[in-house]
Design a protein around this ligand. Sequence first.
Ligand code: PHE
Length: 448
Amino acid sequence: MKKSHSQWSSRMGFMLAAAGSAVGLGNIWKFPYMAGEMGGSAFVLTYLLFMFLIGLPILVLEWLIGRRGQKNPIHTMEDVAVSEGRSKLWKWVGMIGVLGSFLILSFYSVIGGWATDYIFLAIKGTFNGVDGAGTGQIFSNFLGNVNSLLIWHTVFMAANTLIVALGVGAGLERSCKVMMPGLGILLLVLVGYAAYVSGPSFGEAFNFLFTPNLSALNGTAILAALGHAFFSLSLGMGIMMAYGSYLGKDVNLLSTARTVVILDVIVAMLSGMAIFPLVFANGLEAGSGPGLIFVTLPIAFGNMAGGTILGCLFFIFLTFAALTSSISLLEPTVELLEEKTHMGRKTATVVSSILIWALGIACILSFNEWSNVKLFDKNIFDLLDYLTSKIMLPVTGLGTVVFGAWMMNQKRIREELKLNEFWFSIWTVLSRFIVPIAVILILIYGFI
Ligand code: PHE
């Protein structure tokens, strides 16, 4: 079998690529608006807990299984299952994963397109001097304009196609090395700015996000927090499994996973602390949904010294953060087509992109002309998001952890993770019981 993307040049390169996949729109766009809709800290603290307790073990297992299989997710699952003396049917875990990445990319690209468009709005000075009503208007005009949504979605998908068709190896690794620290610095500047201009609202935002408020904890928030932990770590889509397949034996999975989870969480928290002070200081609605970051941050950019440059940089980095993630989302479908058909890599990339692009158009229309087209009371965008984040990712994650903890030889896993007796017993309790039970309970809740 051909390898469709190159081997990581170093542990650092792998870590940055994995972090590049993890850190994306999920942290900067989705996390803040979900926290806003779900009552703040109840969602945030549950999400943090799930990231370490549930996300981290599954991340480790995806890498571990991928490194064993050395192939794409579907064949990896099949091969590893057979070598452990289990049914070939385990390949379905890989299949649902690939389908999930296909569906997610269709709407992810639309939002990536928003970010790209906002670079140009910032450059043109569109936000200069605007208030909350103004940015809200700009955003809703934008959502109503099918043509510009379509153009930016197309541009974003084209960028993906280009990079994936050429191969992601050195280019992606190297760009992540520049992009990730850059994004971090910018976020710090934004948090500093938010603290500076919003006065007491900064404390209010901090309390909103971090002061435990158990009364706001409900099943919906818990389900959303779990789904988001999966989404944010790029789990349950075979992506981390594929990334693991290019890993050298010497890389310590646990410590690498810990670093990736911590980085991912920090970016999400910083985004929250950049955005909510501005939301409260400007009397905006925290629960305003997917438009949150496109409506609130421009107010800051439009009214601060150097805001045009900062705004422009912010949306450039947002676009790149989205790109380093969306490339990883395209990969599984491309790999599948490459192996199951006679297509070469370039053709497979173009065909996958066109299919995903077409589904993206349905997503675009759900914001305007088709906003009344609803299934289960959700428009197409919401439905895709719900189906993937809340059902497919947890189901695949559950399959992965049940396979890893119950179907595989545990002694070998212990050696591979280099755990002593004590930590291995904790690992066992987590991976065999706590993680699967938590995911099952939350899935059941999601259905009723
Ligand atoms: N983890 C990415 C984010 O937070 C999204 C993503 C999901 C990327 C799945 C790849 C795979 O934005």
